[in-house]
Ligand binder design. Structure first.
Ligand code: NAD
Length: 308
């Protein structure tokens, strides 16, 4: 019987770190890999320690967990669950995915880097290993073009929502070649083990929730500009006044990452043919300017709001 005993999450940004935390919350250990170089401190070098030394590994793990715990809201049910997460460096540790039953790709929302990473993952792929992507809306089929049929059979989208500890929705998106037994497995696993409400979606630009949600956010910004409202006014009106959390519009964008939001909106604009829809997914200049300035939201300390 298929089981997920151990997972690997690749990409330890806003979502990857929190997905690893949610897996830890339900008792699943994971490797959490990213590009971030892991270096010895001057003191460790003086002592002649290597990156493999338990003291160094402990320090790196502690730092990764500290980063996790800085996220708001806290992604772990209990701080000590962090021990289930083993952080690592993508360059040195990718081979360790051989030991896992499920690999989740959670890197930047851009097709080419995702395709290249999946090609590398396939080198360590073994029969039965499920590989999924947390993309917000990039084509599942396009991501695995050129991969073997066996790999494509084990590949699908598993789209968590931010913050994964709290958001109940999990979109499961089969590709053209995904084995229906794996889709079924993910649906049950997502519901029973991860505690999510699973919705099956088709491989169309931005799937379901982000096709509607991105459009809603863009319309809100357009109306705000027309009406001359402030960021705070819009958050108040679209949030608590409607019985929604305070993070309804701009706080949500700060939480998501404004660069990621721009990628997600562009993905629809570039992949639909209806000119009206293309126009609807154009990102206002004011938002693009924030990205150019490096104001990416909570992850950079400043977005529409300054992180306090
Ligand atoms: P992020 O910018 O916070 O993190 C991306 C991580 O990917 C970074 O740590 C970066 O070092 C790493 N990375 C970038 N290029 C890489 C490469 N070529 N190889 C390996 N690692 C690379 O992004 P995020 O918000 O965590 O988004 C990750 C994925 O999750 C995207 O596909 C995004 O659309 C999706 N997603 C995001 C949200 C959200 O609210 N932010 C919600 C649902 C889904």
């Amino acid at each position: 019987m298929r089981q997920i005993r151990r997972a690997a999450v690749i990409g330890s940004g806003v979502m990857g770190a929190q997905i690893a935390a949610h897996l830890a919350n339900v008792g699943i250990p994971s490797l959490l890999l990213d590009l971030v170089p892991q270096e010895l401190t001057a003191e460790e070098q003086k002592k002649g320690l290597s990156l493999d030394h338990p003291a160094v590994r402990n320090r790196l793990a502690t730092e990764a967990i500290r980063r996790l715990n800085k996220l708001s809201p806290a992604p772990l049910f209990r701080a000590d669950y962090a021990k289930l997460i083993t952080p690592g460096n993508l360059e040195d540790d990718l081979h360790r995915i051989c030991e896992v039953d499920w690999v989740i790709e959670v890197i930047v929302e851009s097709l080419e880097p995702k395709r290249q990473l999946l090609e590398r993952i396939e080198r360590y792929w073994h029969e039965g290993m499920i590989v999924s992507t947390n993309t917000s809306g990039i084509s599942i089929n396009a991501m695995v073009e050129g991969r073997s049929e066996a790999f494509r059979r084990h590949f699908l989208g598993t789209h968590f929502f931010n913050p994964p500890r709290y958001m109940k929705l999990l979109e499961v998106i089969p590709g053209r070649d995904t084995d229906p037994a794996i889709v079924e497995f993910m649906r049950d696993f997502g519901t029973e083990r991860l505690g999510k409400g699973v919705v099956l979606a088709k491989d169309t630009p931005n799937f379901i929730a982000n096709r509607i949600g991105t459009y809603g956010l863009l319309v809100t910004v357009e109306e705000m500009q027309k009406g001359g409202f402030t960021v705070e006014e819009v958050d108040a009106i679209t949030g608590p006044a409607l019985g929604r959390p305070k993070s309804a519009t701009f706080r949500t964008l700060d939480l998501v990452g404004i660069d990621t939001f721009v990628h997600v909106a562009n993905n629809v604009r570039q992949n639909v043919t209806d000119p009206q829809e293309q126009r609807a997914f154009e990102v206002p200049e004011a938002i693009q300017k924030l990205v150019e300035r490096g104001w990416l939201g909570e992850k950079s300390g400043q977005g529409f709001y300054k992180r306090v």
